[in-house]
Design a binder for this molecule. Sequence first.
Ligand code: DLL
Length: 444
Amino acid sequence: MRLRYDWRGERMFQPEYEAMGRAELEALQLERLNGLLVRVYENVPTYRAKFDEAGLTPHVTSLADLAEFPFTVKDDLRAAYPYKMFAVPLRDIVRVHSSSGTTGQITVVGYTAGDIDRWADMMARTLACAGATPDDVVQVTYGYGLFTGGLGAHYGSERLGCTTIPISGGNTKRQVQVLKDFGATILACTPSYAVLIAETAAEMGIDPRSLPLKAGVFGAEPWSENMRKQIEQMLDITAIDIYGLSEVLGPGVASECSCQCGLHVNEDHFIIEIVDPQTLRPVPEGERGEVVFTTLTKEGIPVVRYRTRDISRIVPGECACGRTFRRMERVTGRTDDMLIIRGVNVFPSQIEQVLAGIPGVAPHYQVVLTKRGSMDHVEVHVEVGADVVFDEIKTLEALRRRVGGEIASALAVNIDVKLVEPKSIQRSEGKAKRVLDLREEGSA
Ligand code: DLL
C-alpha cells in the first residue's frame, strides 16, 4: 500500500498526486481536460449541442480557456433523466446512484468500473486525511443505497485497508452498541447524526467520550465551526469536514486534513472554479462565490463546469500538511438555502454557528418560515439544553434574549427566537432539515 508519513504523522494515501508540484499538476489537468472535452462532445448530445451553439471546438490550449465553455446545471441532468447524459453505453455502467431530489425531480448518475476505482482512491485519501490507517475500524453510518454516502465511504475504507462496518444509518442505540463493542475508531456520518449518536450514548448510560472513536469524517450537509467544536468535545475526537455531491462524484471531492483549515480538492480529478452566481464571471482569487466543478476523469457521467449552487471560496496559501491541492473553505450553504431576511443574506449554518457557542441551548434548531399577511416571517426554533429547567420563565426569557441578541450582533439582523423543549425538534439520521418552510400552507 502506498502510504507515506507527512506532517503530524497523518499519512497521505497517494502522495504522488496529493503532493504534486503545481506546474506538473496543471499539465496533467490540461491533458485530462482535453480528453474530457472530446469525450463529452462525441458521446453526449447535450454537450455537443451546447458547444456547437457557443461555436466552440472541444479543445483548449490553456486551463484558462475552460472559462469560455458553457455551464452545466441541474436542469440539464433533469432533462436528460435517467441516462441521456451518460457518456458511455449502459453496458459499461456498473453502478447508479441518484441525488435525493429535495429540490425537485431526482437525477441519476452512472459509474464505470474505472469510476468506482478512482472514487475508492479518493475516499481512501479522505479517510487518510482523518488519520485513518489499516489499523482503524471505520463505522459507515452514512446511508447505503441510492445516496452516495454509504457505498462511497465503504469502498474508500476498504481501499485504505481499514476494517469496515457497513451499518448504514438508523437504529441509533444499535449504532452506539456497535461503536462500543466492535471498537470503531472512525465514524462516518452526517454531523447532525454524530450529535444524536453522542446524545443517545449518554442516555444509554455510556459516556460518549469513553467510546474508542478517535476521528469522524462528517459531511453531506453544512455545519459550523462551533458545531465542530461541540462534536469534538462530546465524542473526544477530531472531526473532519468532507464534501462532495452526486453529480460530481459523491463524497471524496474534497476533504479537510488534520490542519482543519479548508478542504483539499482532489485537483487531479476535478477543476474547481468559483464564480459570481449573478454575473457567472470568476471571482477574484480568495473571494466567495458559487462553486463550479469540471470532472477530469469521470467516464460514466462527466460534467463540464457544473454549477453546484454551493457557496465557498479558495483558501489562499499553502497547507502545512504537505498536500499541494488547493483548499476550499467549508461550504456555508447553498444559494437555494439562503434566506433573505430584511435584506440581509443569511445561511442557516451562520445561525448554527451562533447557537452552538451559547451555553444552555442544545445543538438542535430549525428555521421556520411562515406568512404573516403578505409578509414572510422567519423564526428560529431552538431547543434548550437538558440541564435548563423549562418551566423557569425568567431563566428562559433571559436565554431567549441572549440568543436573539447574539444572532443580531453576529448577523446584523433581528430574528425572532422561540425556545422549545428538549427533543421537540425532529432528529435526522441523514441530512438534517434545518429550514421548515410553512409558507405554502399559509400558516400565521
Ligand atoms: O451529500 C455526498 C456526500 C456524502 C458528501 C457523504 C459528504 C459525505 P448529495 O446528496 O448529492 O451528495 O448532496 C450534495 O450536499 O451540493 C452540498 O450542498 C451538501 N454538502 C455535501 N457535503 C457538504 C459539506 C452528498 N461538507 C450537497 N458541507 C452538496 C456543506 C455539504 N454542505
